[in-house]
Design a protein around this ligand. Structure first.
Ligand code: NAD
Ligand code: IPM
Ligand code: MN
Length: 364
């Protein structure tokens, strides 16, 4: 029996709405799988907590989370609290504090009707973005000089350490080798004449150890174009923190929108817990109305199951999402339907049990 401790941080806006559907999925799994059980601890941290307590999480927050097997997070950020405070003091604090330096963001079309791209099929939009998640443009290094004066200057320094750059690139090569896929590095060495020249050099250097992996290297502006025009070029992508952030919103757009995009923040050494979350934010424009699409959050549960070594559940969740999308009756408004967040979630559970019964029969 595997007992997994899951820390829940539903957070702000639609965060709690979509996380509660994901928790239904976890509870359904433990109900039918006698080898798995989950112990949930919920944390009330987020912008409301901030307005009440003057901080986004408790001082020893990371300490409270450190023994969890996984963190399941909704979204952070809401009007009323400056974004750079809410995100730096909660989401980014966890990613950095727990050295979750790998951000795995699949760009996979789960149903052909979802892409706005003409003539593109599931076969042509199916890749994985591996985003550096600990430093780069998100290092928080900089200064704000002569504030409010005519000579005001702000500096936001990109930090690319040898260790940080090498480990993400090596992780991506390992993944490409394991999956027998091509690896594309996305950078910008023509303009960023220190950091990205260094990135490209490390990519070439590490690549020498992986002669079996076919590689490509694109400038980020061209890569944006290819994401839209020829997504079939990509199998595994490795890129920097900021470029990865931006590119994966394009990835979301070509696969059905923010309601479907998932991301896993991984500490590969398992020294600290990893964190699973949808790519989208708190969506204040639709929050509190039952309009949010919980599929991204449900897909995050699949990534969590993968991380736990439960590939069967991960695959079953993705298959069930595909079934739900095919069926079309229980989709939220972002996908053209009129189901609520909870109606979609409930239908998902029903289909998951059906799918599980099918695989169960097949395996007997
Ligand atoms: P957002 O992702 O919250 O919303 C962008 C657009 O996508 C909105 O129109 C929204 O309604 C729609 N959308 C997003 N998720 C959806 C879902 N599940 N179902 C249906 N529609 C969905 O991005 P934003 O508006 O730029 O940011 C809002 C807040 O969230 C800001 O405070 C931002 O800093 C924060 N944010 C947090 C995270 C995170 O916690 N991981 C990620 C992105 C943004
Ligand atoms: C994401 C988000 C975060 C990021 C923000 C909210 C700090 O946009 O997870 O994609 O930029 O990493
Ligand atoms: Mn983002």
């Amino acid at each position: 029996m595997k007992e997994k401790k899951i820390a829940l941080i539903p957070g702000d806006g639609i965060g709690p709405e979509v996380i509660s559907e994901g928790v239904k999925v976890l509870k359904a799994i433990e109900q039918v799988d006698s080898n798995l059980s989950f112990e949930f601890t919920a944390y009330p941290w987020g912008c409301e907590y901030y307005l009440e307590h003057g901080k986004m999480m408790e001082e020893n927050g990371l300490d409270q989370l450190k023994d969890a097997d996984a963190i399941y997070l909704g979204a952070v950020g809401y009007p009323g609290v400056p974004d750079h405070i809410s995100l730096w003091d909660l989401l980014l604090k966890i990613r950095k504090g727990f050295d979750q330096y790998v951000n795995l963001r699949p760009v996979t079309l789960l149903n052909p009707s979802l892409t706005p791209l003409k003539n593109k099929t599931e076969k042509e939009i199916d890749f994985l973005v591996i985003r550096e998640n600990s430093e780069g443009e998100y290092a928080g290094a900089g200064d704000w000089l002569f504030k409010g004066k005519p000579e005001e200057v702000v500096l936001q320094t990109g930090v690319f350490s040898r260790k940080g750059t090498e480990r993400i690139i090596r992780y991506a090569f390992e993944e490409a080798r394991k999956q027998k896929k091509t690896l594309t590095s996305i950078s910008k060495a023509n303009a960023l004449n220190y950091s990205m020249v260094f990135w490209d050099e490390v990519f070439d250097e590490v690549g020498k150890e992986y002669p079996d992996v076919v590689t490509y290297s694109y400038l980020v502006d061209a890569a944006c174009m290819f994401f839209v025009q020829q997504p079939e070029r990509f199998e595994i992508v490795v890129t920097t923190n900021l470029f990865g952030d931006i590119l994966t919103d394009i990835g979301a757009a070509i696969t059905g929108g923010m309601g479907l995009a998932t991301g896993a923040n991984i500490n590969p050494e398992r020294e600290f817990p990893s964190m699973f979350e949808p790519v989208h934010g708190s969506a204040p424009d639709i929050s509190g109305k039952g309009l949010a699409n919980p599929i991204a959050a449900i897909w995050s549960v699949a990534q969590m199951m993968d991380f736990f070594g439960e590939a069967k559940w991960s695959e079953l969740i993705v298959t069930t999402i595909k079934e739900l999308l095919k069926e079309k009756e229980y989709l939220t408004p972002d996908l053209g339907g009129n189901a609520t967040t909870a109606e979609l979630g409930n239908q998902f559970i029903k289909l998951l049990f059906e799918q599980d019964a099918i695989t169960y029969k097949k395996n007997r």
